[in-house]
Design a protein around this ligand. Structure first.
Ligand code: ATP
Ligand code: MG
Length: 419
């Protein structure tokens, strides 16, 4: 089967996308064949246009594993073109001396982005995370004759730059913009159908966002917002002076017969620049032995200074579980004397001041953050990831503000960190 025959095979929606257009924008819910479509189109183009040069873009790409490279390799094989392409470590060489490369926009400056000027296609996956600066830099960079900019995304907020650009008051002229959902994907797999049905019955508040491409249900009065998380995002952390792993253990026990909550495990640090950095989110379900092992693995991986635990709720048990696996593990205890959202507020204030960056994206954590309000958590279940995050930064920043040890830096917000 030739590439033309396969391209667009998953949905009628794609027929429209076959003609040349400066912009091609596809948005919708999970599993609607957006990534597969653009991957096939990419390979089809490379086969038909000798010397084809394309760049696959994400806002943050910490490694090639986070890129579309693997999907493109699979498409090359599936379409029977293996002999025409050379798959290298960091790029795929295309017929006639062209190439496909993979980059994170966060790694670019207005100078470095010029290296992309002679690329014919840019394909931006998960474009809902594109920052305003990235979109602004990218558009005038892609300028080869007949060049195209492709975007696909799962909408989150109407204020996200890609939504404002394509779905705002004045979308660009030369653009094909379509919405697509799972029910238009002929190849929608059974595994995803089962996931969809589960959400349909159990997660009605979020179903339309996940599967129908609607915006996130918005939470009025949330103390974090996506824009701020976005603007402060980094692809790398600088030199860090202190790193901790904070653990907020699941409290529901198996005895209640209910699904236990997740255990929040967040790795965070504070830099020489006195800014905070979220490095990794290891949260998940599991037995005490499992989460304790995970926390210790995180501690080792990041060469952390200590594991931070909260001691009100079964602190002894938590300490014991951790130290039975790793005797002598340095543990820092923090004590909750106020409600969840009250202790979260000083940390969200630091975000608002631009003092905390996420190194990469942490969708589950960020969703929880954006559902924390001054009156409590508006999401489902318990905000375990946020709790762990709050413990981590309470500890990291309280060291900097702790009386008698060190004077608080003058520009620190004067808030009390503990109750
Ligand atoms: N052209 C195709 N050939 C074979 N399978 C396909 C094709 N298009 C889609 N599929 C199937 O549909 C699934 C969903 O497609 P894809 O991953 O492209 O969706 P998506 O819209 O990018 O979803 P997400 O938002 O989850 O990233 C794939 O995992 C694959 O099983
Ligand atoms: Mg996809």
């Amino acid at each position: 089967m030739g590439p033309e025959a396969r391209i667009g095979a998953a949905s009628e929606v794609f027929n429209d996308f076959m003609r040349p257009s400066r912009y091609k924008a596809l948005y919708g819910g999970r599993g609607s064949a957006k990534s597969h479509f653009f991957a096939e189109a990419m390979i089809g183009n490379a086969v038909n246009n000798k010397g084809f040069r394309a760049v696959c873009i994400r806002e943050v790409q910490r490694s090639l594993k986070e890129s579309s490279k693997r999907l493109l390799e699979d498409k090359i094989t599936a379409l029977g073109f293996s002999k025409m392409f050379t798959v290298l470590n960091d790029r795929i060489d295309t017929p006639g001396g062209g190439t496909i490369i993979f980059q994170g926009m966060q790694d670019h400056t207005s100078e470095s982005v010029k290296s992309l000027e002679n690329f014919t296609v840019s394909w931006c996956e998960e474009a809902q995370t594109l920052s305003p600066k990235s979109l602004e830099m990218l558009r005038p960079t892609i300028r080869a004759p007949g060049s195209e900019l492709w975007f696909n995304w799962n909408p989150r907020n109407a204020s996200d730059p890609v939504d404002v650009f394509f779905r705002g008051m004045t979308p660009p002229d030369d653009a094909i913009i379509s919405r697509i959902n799972y029910d238009q994907n002929k190849y929608f797999p059974d595994e995803l159908e089962a996931e969809r049905l589960h959400d349909y019955h159990n997660n009605p508040a979020r179903y339309a966002h996940i599967w129908l491409g609607e915006y996130e249900p918005s939470v009025v009065g949330a103390i974090w917002d996506r824009q701020t998380l976005h603007e402060n995002r980094r692809s790398e952390a600088p030199e860090l002076r202190r790193i901790v792993v904070a653990v907020d253990p699941a409290v529901t026990t198996a005895e209640t017969g209910k699904d236990p909550n997740e255990t929040g495990i967040i790795v965070a640090g504070v830099g020489e620049d006195r800014r905070g950095y979220v490095l990794e989110d290891f949260s998940g379900h599991g037995t005490p032995h499992q989460w304790a092992s995970k926390a210790i693995a995180a501690y080792d991986k990041h060469e952390a200074d200590s594991v931070v635990i909260e001691v009100n709720q079964g602190g002894d048990m938590v300490r014991h579980t951790l130290q039975s696996i790793r005797p002598g593990l340095p543990i820092t205890e923090v004590r909750a004397t106020r409600g969840k959202h009250v202790r979260a507020e000083p940390i969200s204030a630091l975000y608002s001041l631009g003092r905390i960056s996420h190194v990469g994206t942490f969708p589950e954590l960020e969703n929880q953050q954006c559902q924390m309000t001054a009156a409590g958590f508006e999401g489902d279940g318990s905000p375990d990831r946020v709790d762990a995050l709050v413990w981590a930064f309470t500890e990291l920043f309280s060291i900097m503000t702790r009386p008698n040890k060190r004077k608080p830096p003058r520009d620190m917000p004067q808030v009390s960190w503990m109750g």
